[in-house]
Ligand binder design. Structure first.
Ligand SMILES: C[S@@+](CC[C@H](N)C(=O)[O-])C[C@H]1O[C@@H](n2cnc3c(N)ncnc32)[C@H](O)[C@@H]1O
Length: 251
C-alpha cells in the first residue's frame, strides 16, 4: 500500500481555494472550501464530466444485480459523496436506503429527495446509532482514506451494523495495477514526482489517501471476519478500472 497525492478534482485546482498539504489528509475545512467552489461552478449533474457520471452510474446497475440488494432491504451507503447514485436508487424504489457523509455540503443535490432520518452526517460508525442494523452496506471510493489497520477496524464496525445475513460491498478505484509493467510505471512516476517536489520544482499535491494491492483489500475483509468473499471488476466502459469485493457477515 502506498500514499497517493492529488492536485485537482473535478477540474478545480486545490491551490485555487486552500493551502495544500502533502503530509496531512484533507480535513473537514478542505472539503467545505472545495464544495463551496464546486457548487459555484457546477449547477447540475449534467455539468460534470459525462464519462465520470457514466462510471458512477455503473454502481446502481451493478448493485441491482446482487440478490441481496433488494428493494425491501435496509441499505446503507457510507460516504455517498454527491449522492446522485443514491438519488437514482431511491427513485427506483430502494426506499430503505440510508446514507452517510462527513458533512452536509456535498449532498445538496440529494437532500430534497430522501427523508431526513435517512441521512447521517459525520464519520461512520459514530454518525449511525449503535443499534442500527442493515441488510446491505456499501462503500464506493472510501477505502482510500484508511491505513490497513484503520480499514480493518472500519470493516469490523460495518460488520457490527449488519444483520446476521448482511453483506458488505466495497467498490474501489484506488488499487494498484496487478501487472508488473504498470506497477513499474506507477513507481517511476511516484519517484519523479517526489524528486520534483524535493527540488522545489513541482509540488506533489494534497495527500489524498492510500492505494493498496487488491490482496490487501481481500485480507482486510478476512481479518474483519467476513465470509463468502467474492470479487471482480466492473465491465470497463470508461478510462477507469473499478474493482469490487464483497463479504458476508459470519453468523
Ligand atoms: C471519493 S468520495 C466517494 C463518494 C461516492 N461514494 C462516489 O463514489 O462518488 C469518498 C467519500 O467518503 C467520505 N468518507 C470518508 N471517510 C468516511 C467515514 N468514516 N464515514 C463516512 N464517510 C466517509 C468522504 O467524505 C467522501 O465524500
Amino acid at each position: 500500500m502506498k500514499k497517493m497525492y492529488q492536485s485537482v478534482w473535478h477540474a478545480i485546482p486545490f491551490t485555487s481555494f486552500t493551502a495544500v498539504s502533502s503530509k496531512e489528509l484533507a480535513g473537514a475545512d478542505f472539503y467545505a472550501s472545495f464544495y463551496e467552489r464546486f457548487f459555484k461552478i457546477y449547477k447540475k449533474l449534467d455539468d460534470l464530466d459525462p464519462l465520470w457520471i457514466k462510471l458512477k452510474m455503473q454502481i446502481p446497475e451493478f448493485l441491482k444485480r446482487d440478490i441481496k440488494f433488494r428493494k425491501d432491504a435496509a441499505i446503507l451507503s457510507i460516504g455517498c459523496g454527491l449522492g446522485f447514485v443514491e438519488k437514482a436508487l431511491f427513485e427506483e424504489g430502494f426506499k430503505g436506503l440510508e446514507v452517510t457523509e462527513v458533512s452536509k455540503e456535498p449532498i445538496q443535490w440529494l437532500l430534497p429527495f430522501i427523508p431526513k432520518e435517512h441521512v447521517h452526517i459525520g464519520f461512520f460508525p459514530e454518525c449511525v446509532s449503535a443499534g442500527c442494523r442493515y441488510n446491505y452496506i456499501y462503500l464506493a471510493g472510501v477505502d482510500t482514506f484508511f491505513t490497513q489497520i484503520e480499514f480493518i477496524k472500519f470493516l469490523k464496525a460495518i460488520a457490527n451494523h449488519l444483520s446476521p445475513d448482511g453483506r458488505c460491498m466495497i467498490i474501489s478505484w484506488s488499487f494498484m495495477p496487478s501487472d508488473i509493467i504498470s506497477r513499474i510505471v506507477l513507481n517511476c512516476k511516484d519517484m519523479v514526482r517526489l524528486l520534483l517536489d524535493k527540488l522545489g520544482l513541482k509540488k506533489r499535491g494534497q495527500f489524498w489517501g492510500y492505494i493498496r494491492d487488491i490482496k490487501e483489500l481481500h485480507s482486510a475483509l478476512v481479518a474483519a471476519g467476513f465470509i463468502n468473499i467474492k470479487e471482480s471488476f466492473f465491465e470497463k466502459r470508461t478510462p477507469w478500472d473499478t474493482y469490487w469485493i464483497s463479504g458476508d457477515k459470519s453468523v
